[in-house]
Design a protein around this ligand. Structure first.
Ligand code: NAP
Length: 463
């Protein structure tokens, strides 16, 4: 496919890009290294001023950045504009808090004075996915740049215009040359980059396969990595739950971003006592969703980002149906297209789907379903709910609904996930750390923890 913008709603190729030559990549690496030598000397207040300027640009141009995201990857325009606003928030958050997060931390020892000092590592490589094409980049870049590092971005090959727009935002905000650069390159160039001495650490948000490959290359070079990978998050609803709130949240938690979010609720684990009612009410809400042109404000669900994602999702759904699962809604791949206007018939639309009665042994047990497909399971009690929730290899987030405080404690303590949200949907927020356990990855972004991932925590001991 190469590096190209292809409108997922129409299949139309908007613009193709030549990958950078090796010589051009080398020049950018040089600029990054030279940029770091100067940038590390800048004060936190200068960096904060540039970061605030980046936030302002994002806010001022939220509509045009929103259109760009929608054009390249198909999320609804309203969601894309909200994403630009959230990026401004994370820039402002770290502009305001970095000085506090990076101030020396005293430690009492046998020294007359001992403390921890936080220093930048240098050039960081960020390999990013298309699903939140601005947010994923900004939530890495805002803390990393505030800490004095410089960044090279290898973005997903289907969002090159977003990648270039982000580079331009940091330039226009006033960050010095070489502090943030986009590399239009294929994934096959990443391992060589990691091997370059000038790159000190790397982060990847994306699939398990990509994460594993980047971490292997970095491991060989003894370089630090942070991995934010997939999720098959449970959404547990127990007998005492507020069903109105749970059902209303369930549909958003699953269908957000056309179903393509790592922390989307993917497996609905329902106590027997409320399962039938919950499924019926979820079915009604799903039937009411409008699939269509993501630029149209009335649309709830746009296309999937690429034909491959649609194909893979459909294979997973059909595998469940073939072994006896029932489609309470959707499940037929061509159903969505048939109801669309002519100009959208070549788009990657998948009908919002609710699968129930899923037997063991299907992809629903272990795989992430990256699209608007809800998987419902019934369990007799909280023990079975926790056991099923923990039965996947992934461990990103978990949402659980119950008004019983004793159950809250059990869910908080026993769910294997990087985050547990009680009576709410899992979300990312600059103020709290974000990341997974098990095959969902390691390390944390956001919060104070996020800015400490890519620094040298230097121990200082003075007699
Ligand atoms: P992907 O195929 O892994 O792509 C992500 C990025 O990795 C792209 O820039 C891609 O480049 C690059 N890449 C692919 N293979 C690589 C390799 N072998 N070595 C180095 N880089 C490689 O993932 P995706 O399908 O675009 O994104 C969806 C996945 O991301 C889902 O699993 C989702 O759950 C996960 N995700 C996780 C989080 C989180 O915070 N945990 C957030 C969002 C998404 P090319 O585009 O050039 O192939």
């Amino acid at each position: 496919m190469g590096i190209a913008s292809i409108n997922p709603a129409t299949g139309e190729k908007i613009k193709g890009f030549e990958a950078l030559t090796d010589a051009a990549v080398a020049a950018k690496l040089n600029l990054a290294q030279q940029g770091f030598e100067r940038y590390r000397q800048t004060s936190l207040s200068e960096r904060a001023r540039w970061m605030q300027a980046a936030a302002q640009i994002l806010e001022d141009k939220q509509e045009s950045y929103g259109r760009l995201m929608t054009l390249e990857m198909g999320k609804t325009l309203a969601a894309a504009i909200a994403e630009a606003q959230k990026c401004a928030w994370v820039c402002r958050y770290y502009a305001e808090h970095a000085a506090d997060f990076l101030s020396d931390t005293p430690a009492a020892t046998d020294a007359s004075q001992s403390f921890i000092r936080y220093q930048p590592l240098g050039v960081l490589l960020a390999v990013m996915p298309w699903n939140f094409p601005f947010w994923q980049v900004f939530r890495f870049a805002a803390p990393s740049l505030m800490a004095g590092n410089v960044a090279l971005l290898k973005h997903a090959s289907n969002v090159p215009q977003c990648a270039l727009a982000i580079e331009e935002i940091f330039q226009q905000a006033g960050f010095p040359d070489g502090v943030f650069q986009t590399l239009l390159i294929g994934a096959d160039k990443v391992a060589n980059l990691i091997a370059d001495d000038r790159i000190k650490a790397a982060t990847l948000t994306g699939s398990e396969a990509a994460g594993s490959s980047l971490a292997a290359a970095a491991g060989e070079q003894i370089k630090k990595t942070v991995l934010e990978l997939g999720g098959s998050d449970p959404f547990i609803v127990l007998e005492s739950a507020d069903l109105d709130a749970a059902v209303a949240t369930a549909v958003t938690a699953r269908m957000l971003n056309n179903g393509q979010s790592c922390i989307a609720a993917k497996r609905f684990i329902l106590a027997d006592a409320i399962a039938d009612e919950f499924q019926q009410r979820l079915k009604e809400k799903i039937l009411a969703l409008k699939v269509g042109d993501p630029m149209d404000n009335a649309t709830d669900i746009g296309p999937l980002a690429t034909p491959d994602i649609l194909h893979e999702l459909d294979q997973q759904v059909q595998a469940c149906l073939e072994t006896g699962a029932k489609a309470l809604v959707g499940g037929k791949p061509n159903q969505a297209q048939a109801q669309l206007p002519e100009n959208l018939r070549q788009g990657n639309f998948y009908p919002p789907t609710l699968l129930t009665d899923i037997p063991p042994g299907t992809p629903a047990d272990t795989e992430e379903f990256f699209g608007p497909v809800a998987l419902a399971f019934q369990v007799p009690n909280i023990d079975a709910a926790i056991k099923l929730a923990n039965s996947t290899p992934l461990g990103l987030g978990a949402s659980a609904w119950t008004t019983n405080p004793a159950e809250h404690d059990r869910l908080i303590n026993e769910l294997e996930a990087g985050a547990v949200f009680i009576n709410g949907m899992v979300k990312s927020d600059p103020r709290i750390p974000f990341g997974g356990v098990k095959r969902s990855g390691y390390g944390r972004e956001l919060g104070v923890q996020g800015i400490h991932e890519f620094v040298n925590l230097k121990t200082i001991w003075i007699k």
